[in-house]
Ligand binder design. Structure first.
Ligand code: FES
Ligand SMILES: [Fe+2]
Length: 438
């Protein structure tokens, strides 16, 4: 089926206060604090066919996850045994529908994380059913396993609301690469949507060996629905820099750009036939970005997506997908092109240049320039969307935790007992019992 993403109401993102020289990120306080990512979103974790009955360990938004497949379905549990903190991903399956910690055999049910058996405490273990590990919502889409990282107890939104709509409504062939990378996820995301760098940094990429890129552009950033788009208003293929000289990316061996038109599909000029599914999307610009860090680059024959998955303050996971909407034998052509060239040239060497820059970026402080409107508009979008999400999630905030048992006992004793007994009770309640673990 073919879907058209009808332009939703254009919205105007609010102007944020200008920090002096925009040297820091105080104008975007939630963004500033989102070093280990935004909770309340689905994240692609790994390839679906990498998840088997052997649990694997992953970190998303600073949260440790154990993924395991049982009877065909993937489950995600907090990767920490509550007994002594050993990762459950180091364990294995002793019973169907469960995972057992390798240390003392505490065994957790995959569906709800409840402690179902404690192998080394016998069948009548009193602690069974009294505690559990957190479980996470899991979906399989596009050959990937996606996990929802909750803010609190909010209802889990459908993943289809978050995925790019054209991927929900169309069949596609997917080629991709997942890579753990250094650098904060925000640097990766900002690099992906950064207006200025591609023309300069990637001029040496083999992917662009025969395709020139402009020298500079005049660009506007257009919000539409959940996305912001980079729209090329003017494209300059060469320029004279006063007192310095002429500069261009044009070379005699590169394809001559069509300088009479500006294309919003691909970044090498107009004139190439566009796949009907891609044309039907009517994207206002060829590069677009949405929360929680999803980049979409529309080329004539495929769309390239990058998901910048937060791991921790200093690491992220790069998930690059190239999706082709051909059917039948034409799909074989895409596979051949992907495996023979795209994977190495684009997801490899070209994207490796980005990886290098993201790893060495160190901001704030920063001094932004005109093309960085792409960065500031993204930060505005993130700030606004996450503000709304947090406001909606407040109603589902987890209840304040019960006071610890020891404290409850102590205060009950204070109310009812003589002073001597009260002291004894407060000090004497420290031996761990099954109830303590509740
Ligand atoms: S640490 Fe997991 S069973 Fe003991
Ligand atoms: Fe880049």
């Amino acid at each position: 089926m073919t879907g058209v993403e009808a332009p939703e109401n254009s919205q105007v993102l609010p102007e944020r206060p200008r920090a002096a020289g925009r040297q820091d990120w105080t104008a975007w306080p939630r963004y500033n604090e989102a070093g280990s990512g935004y909770r309340g979103y689905w994240y692609p974790v790994t390839w679906a066919n990498h998840v088997t009955g052997e649990p694997t360990s992953h970190t998303i938004c600073g949260e440790k996850l154990a993924l395991i497949r049982d009877a065909g379905k993937v489950y995600a549990l907090h990767d920490r045994c509550p007994h002594r903190g050993v990762p459950l991903s180091e364990g294995d399956q002793q019973f169907p529908g469960t995972v057992s910690c390798p240390y003392h055999g505490w065994t957790f049910r995959l569906t709800d994380g409840k402690l179902a058996a404690v192998i080394t405490d016998g069948p009548d273990s009193k602690i069974c059913g009294k505690l559990s590990v957190q479980t996470y919502s899991v979906e399989e889409r596009l050959g990937l396993v996606w996990v929802y990282i909750p803010i609190g107890n909010e209802p889990v939104p459908s993943i289809d609301e978050q995925l790019p709509r054209e991927l929900v409504e169309n069949e596609g062939v997917v080629g991709g690469r997942i890579q753990p990378r250094g650098g904060n996820w925000r640097f990766a995301c900002e690099n992906g949507f950064d207006e200025g760098h591609a023309k300069y940094l990637h001029r040496t990429a083999l992917w662009r060996l025969f395709k020139p890129m402009p020298t500079w552009n005049i660009t506007s950033i257009v919000p539409e629905g959940r996305w912001i788009y980079r729209v090329q208003d003017e494209v300059y293929w060469e320029a004279d820099f006063p007192g310095v000289g002429k500069w261009t990316n044009k070379r005699w061996w590169k394809k001559k750009p069509d300088e009479s038109q500006i294309s919003q599909i691909g970044n090498v000029g107009a004139g190439v036939k566009v796949n009907p599914v891609i044309a039907a999307q009517n994207f206002p610009g060829f590069a677009s970005l949405s929360m929680p860090g999803v980049l979409r680059i529309a080329y004539p024959n495929f769309i390239h997506y990058e998901f910048y998955v937060p791991v921790d303050e200093d690491h992220h996971q790069y998930v690059g997908l190239m999706v082709n909407f051909e059917t039948g034998v034409k799909r074989l052509g895409f596979y051949a092109k992907y495996l023979g060239a795209v994977r190495w040239l684009f997801h490899g060497q070209f994207s490796g240049q980005d990886e290098w820059m993201v790893r060495v970026t160190d901001a704030p402080p920063e001094k932004l320039y005109r093309p960085d409107v792409s960065l500031t508009t993204w930060r505005n979008l993130a700030e606004q969307e996450y503000g709304e999400k947090i406001a909606a999630a407040v109603a589902f905030a987890p209840a304040a935790p019960d006071r610890p048992v020891r404290e409850r006992r102590a205060s009950a004793a204070r109310k009812t007992a003589q002073p001597a007994t009260s002291t004894e009770s407060a000090n004497g309640a420290s031996a761990p019992t099954a109830a303590d673990a509740d």
